[in-house]
Design a protein around this ligand. Structure first.
Ligand code: SAM
Length: 328
C-alpha cells in the first residue's frame, strides 16, 4: 500500500490548514459561546512550524493545501506565509477560504503571492440578515471583497452558502442567480452538526435534494462533468450561465468513501475526520525537536486512523470543537 493510502484505499492528498481560530465575524452557527476565548500566540503554530509540517506532508503525497481558520486573512503577515507556502516544491494547489471582508485590499496581493482559487462565504444577500447571522455589519465589505477577487483574476471564485431552514431558505434561488450573470460558482452546503454547543438541529438542515429541486424550478439545470478539483461538490449549470452551482451534502449523502483530506488545526493537531475529536498532536513533538521523519510518522498515523465514515447527523453525534476552532 502507498504511504498516503488509508486502510479503506483512499489516497490522502489534501490538507486543510487552519492558521488562526480568530475571526472578524461571529456567525451564530460557527462561533459558539464556548469558542470565544481565542488561543494565545504561544498556543498556535508559528508559520515556520506550519511550513515544516507541510514539507513533511508533501513528501508523503499531500498535493493540495487550503488555508482556512477562523478568518485566515486577519493573521499578521499572512501574505509572507502564503508566498513561502506556494513556493514549496511538489505542492500543486494552494487555495484559501475567507469571509471576504479583507479581500477589497488584499485580493491583488493574495493573487501575487501565488493563490489562484478562493472560496468566499456568503449566506445571504440581505444586509440586515447578514448582520443577524454574523453579528457584524460587514455585508458591503464582503460584496466589495468578491468584486476585488474577480478584478484580481481569481478563478474559480466559489461562494459558499450554508443553507439553514428559517434563515436563508427563502434566498436559495436569489443566491443561485449570482451564477447566471457572474462567473461565480455558488455552492450550497448542508448545515452540519459541529461543536458541542452547536445550534444544529436536523430540522434546520435543507437537504441537497431540496436545494436541487428548488433550483430546478428556476430553469434548466444541467449537470457538469466532474473534474479533479471538485472535491465533494456535485456540479450544475443553468443554461447559458457564466458560472456554476455546486451542491455539497455531508449529511444527507455523505462522501466519506472518497474523502482525501486531513485537517491541521491552528493549535497543531492533525484531525483525520472533521466530525471526530480524535486528533494527533504535532505541536508538542515539533517543539520538542522531533525530526522530519517523526512528523511523517505522525501523518501516517493520521492517515491510518481515518475512520471509514462519519456518523454526524444521527442522534446526538457531533464533535466537541466548534467549526471556528477546527478550520472549515
Ligand atoms: N472565515 C472563513 C470563512 O468565513 O469562510 C473560513 C473559516 S469558516 C469556519 C469556513 C466555512 O465553514 C464557512 O463557509 C462557514 O460558513 C462554514 N461553516 C461553519 N460552521 C458550519 C456548519 N455548522 N455547517 C456547515 N458549514 C459551516
Amino acid at each position: 500500500m502507498e504511504m498516503n493510502t488509508d486502510p479503506f484505499h483512499r489516497k490522502i492528498t489534501y490538507l486543510r490548514i487552519s492558521i488562526t481560530d480568530r475571526c472578524n465575524l461571529r456567525c451564530f452557527y460557527c462561533v459558539s459561546a464556548d469558542s470565544l476565548a481565542p488561543l494565545t500566540h504561544r498556543d498556535i503554530l508559528s508559520y515556520e512550524e506550519i511550513l515544516v509540517i507541510v514539507y513533511a506532508a508533501v513528501e508523503l503525497g499531500i498535493k493540495k493545501v487550503r488555508i482556512t481558520g477562523g478568518e485566515p486573512l486577519i493573521r499578521r503577515n499572512v501574505l509572507h506565509f502564503i508566498r513561502l507556502l506556494c513556493a514549496i516544491p511538489g505542492l500543486k494547489d494552494v487555495s484559501i477560504t475567507t469571509n471576504g471582508i479583507l479581500l477589497k485590499d488584499m485580493a491583488g496581493l493574495l493573487f501575487d503571492a501565488g493563490i489562484r482559487r478562493v472560496n468566499i462565504s456568503l449566506d445571504t444577500l440581505n444586509p440586515v440578515k447578514f448582520q443577524r447571522i454574523t453579528r457584524r455589519d460587514r455585508f458591503r465589505d464582503v460584496l466589495a471583497g468578491i468584486s476585488a477577487a474577480k478584478e484580481a483574476g481569481f478563478s474559480p471564485i466559489k461562494l459558499n452558502v450554508v443553507a439553514i431552514k428559517g434563515i436563508n431558505d427563502d434566498e436559495i434561488q436569489q443566491l443561485a442567480r449570482l451564477s447566471v450573470h457572474q462567473p461565480y460558482t455558488v455552492r450550497f452546503i448542508e448545515f452540519m452538526p459541529i461543536g458541542k454547543k452547536s445550534c444544529w438541529h436536523r430540522e434546520k438542515v435543507i437537504t441537497s435534494d431540496e436545494i436541487k429541486s428548488r433550483l430546478e424550478s428556476m430553469g434548466s439545470l444541467q449537470q457538469v462533468p466532474s473534474s479533479v478539483n471538485d472535491g465533494p461538490a456535485k456540479r450544475y449549470r443553468f443554461e447559458n450561465a457564466k458560472g456554476e452551482i455546486g451542491i455539497i451534502s455531508p449529511i444527507s449523502d455523505h462522501f466519506c468513501a472518497t474523502c482525501n483530506r486531513l485537517r491541521l488545526t491552528a493549535d497543531g493537531k492533525l484531525r483525520p475526520c472533521l466530525f471526530s475529536d480524535h486528533e494527533i498532536d504535532i505541536k508538542a513533538p515539533l517543539r520538542n525537536g522531533c525530526t522530519q521523519d517523526e512528523i511523517k510518522k505522525l501523518f501516517k498515523k493520521g492517515i491510518a486512523e481515518k475512520p471509514k465514515q462519519h456518523h454526524a447527523g444521527h442522534g446526538n453525534n457531533t464533535c466537541l470543537r466548534p467549526m471556528s476552532k477546527i478550520g472549515g
